[in-house]
Design a protein around this ligand. Structure first.
Ligand code: GDP
Length: 194
């Protein structure tokens, strides 16, 4: 896949606006501020394909990017404390209707902060993925903040945590220094190969 051939398509706040599912989709999910935009940008060798935010909690939208022959689908970040109940409900509706729409989802990349144990929201998301049998891998973000000596143990810890939910692989990544990008790209591509 040519990651250099990418473009932002649109942001959708309502599921009925979503474009037709006419190509394989790679979905990205994670709590707000986990580093999702940064990871998408790094994968595509771009600085501003996805918007990196200094303040978390922007309006919940599903963002679509075309990356070569695939869609990258950026789900709205969750777990931001200051959102209203109405906003939270809209988030639930958006996510549910996306996954219920029978789209060509090849793989979901669940982002988890490599420095911290999964939050209650993360665990809820893992349960959701497991329950709906959504194929997924975990990308541990901000790996550049870990000491070299703790990397292997951290990864192993997350493998143990994620395996019961059906996780197909754990990759330690960094959007700062590119750690894990090739490994993650290989997983994305394997998922798109029939
Ligand atoms: P999103 O809300 O999940 O899309 O997160 P962003 O990509 O906007 O990143 C949130 C914050 O984390 C920003 O300040 C980023 O600069 C920082 N960040 C993201 N990825 C990394 C990383 O790999 N390493 C480090 N050190 N910081 C990161």
């Amino acid at each position: 896949m040519n990651y250099n051939n990418s473009e932002f398509l649109a942001s959708y706040g309502l599921s009925r606006q979503l474009p037709d599912s006419d190509r394989p989709e790679i979905v990205f999910s994670g709590r707000s501020n986990v580093g999702k935009s940064s990871l998408i940008n790094k994968l595509c060798n771009r600085k501003k394909l996805a918007r990196v935010s200094a303040t978390p909690g922007k309006t919940a939208t599903i963002n679509f990017y075309r990356v070569d022959t695939a869609y990258f689908v950026d789900l709205p970040g969750y777990g931001y404390a200051k959102v209203s109940n109405a906003e939270r409900e809209r988030w639930d509706d958006l996510i549910n209707s996306y996954f219920e729409a029978d789209r060509a989802v090849c793989l979901l990349v669940q982002l988890l902060d490599s420095r911290h144990a999964p939050s209650a929201d993360d665990v809820q998301m893992l349960e959701y993925l497991h329950y709906h049998r959504i194929p997924f891998v975990a990308a541990l973000t901000k790996g550049d903040k870990l000491k070299k000596s703790e990397m292997a143990a951290r990864k192993e810890e997350f493998e143990k945590i994620c395996a019961p939910y059906g996780c197909q692989g754990v990759v330690l990544t960094s959007a700062e220094n590119g750690l894990g990008m090739d490994e993650l790209r290989a997983l994305l591509e394997a998922s798109m190969t029939p």
